[in-house]
Ligand binder design. Structure first.
Ligand SMILES: [Mg+2]
Length: 299
């Protein structure tokens, strides 16, 4: 089993990658990507997802729907760090014609991006459809749908939550990154969504809160019961919701919790200071940046 130190190192590298990708692109969404680093590390590196990097469209893979598509920098990074994409490709993020668009595009990465995303609130409905189709086909694969907390203001999320609860889609897992930040302020000021876990529970879901930067807590919550295996979660027939308590721009103290970092690019100087603060990740190296590409912003 991958150790907690190894998973945290992967998460640290995903943060570094996201900062460098967005800085180099000269635009993007770095704060949410940094806040999701432990989630992606544990999902892909911690034995939670059933997947095959050598066969991305394996029919029995667990499906991942990134409904808050704007945080894709660290998602692309984990796909590169776990063997789905060449590491050098991270440099192309948000470049014209790149496969690594600013919001995931299915046409660019068929078999890897289950659905294009960016328009908030739509992922859960797509996830429900995938889950129903898998069940009809007799597959025990799961569908993981990742959302932001600001995204919960979209009414479609709650229509989908009702649907999954009603149809007892026990193969469906929503992972909600609850940082209490949205594009222009605190979620709790703009339109509070709490208590998220109790709201989902009232729609027929199993819901719990988890410390989203603690790799051990994440793995314990998302993993199967070692004694019961796959049966432990499907036994109830209820869809699962995990409210992941995370911070915007986690890892750089001066940035943490600020709505500014929803969609602001760091200057090369800010990025260099942030990378210094985060430190190097054990066992990893930064992806190469070719001189002359993009706007020349470093690092
Ligand atoms: Mg948020």
């Amino acid at each position: 089993m991958t150790s907690a130190v190894e998973l945290q190192s992967l998460a640290t590298q995903l943060r570094r990658d996201a900062i460098r990708m967005v800085t180099h692109a000269g635009s993007g969404h770095v704060g949410g990507a940094m806040g999701a680093a432990e989630l992606f590390a544990v999902l892909y590196g911690g034995g939670i997802l059933r997947h095959r990097p050598s066969e991305p469209d394996w029919s029995e893979r667990d499906r991942v729907v990134l409904s808050n598509g704007h945080i894709c920098a660290s998602w692309y990074a984990v796909l590169a760090r776990t063997g789905y994409l060449p590491l050098e490709e991270l440099e192309t993020h948000r470049r014209f014609g790149s496969r690594l668009q600013g919001h995931p595009a299915r046409a660019k990465l068929p078999g890897l991006v289950e659905t294009s995303s960016g328009p908030l609130g739509q992922g859960p409905s797509v996830a429900n459809g995938l889950a129903m189709a898998l069940r009809m086909n007799g597959s025990d694969a799961r569908v993981y749908c990742i959302l932001g907390d600001g995204e919960l203001a979209e009414g479609q999320v709650w229509e989908a939550a009702m649907t999954a609860g009603h149809h007892r889609l026990g193969n469906t897992v929503y992972l909600i990154l609850a940082n209490d930040v949205q594009i222009d302020g605190r979620v709790s000021d703009v339109k509070t969504q709490e208590p998220i876990d109790r709201r989902f529970a009232s729609f027929g879901w199993e819901a719990q809160r988890v410390h989203g930067h603690d790799v051990d807590a994440l793995r314990a919550a998302l993993g199967d019961d070692p004694d019961e295996g796959d049966a432990s979660r499907e036994a109830t027939g209820k869809p699962q919701c995990f409210v992941l308590e995370v911070e915007m721009a986690r890892g750089v103290v001066a940035w943490e919790g600020l709505a500014k970092w929803h969609g602001t690019k760091p200057s090369p100087k800010e990025a260099a200071a942030a990378l210094e603060e985060i430190g190097e990740a054990l066992g990893y190296e930064d992806f190469p940046i070719v001189a002359g590409n993009n706007n020349g912003a470093r690092p």
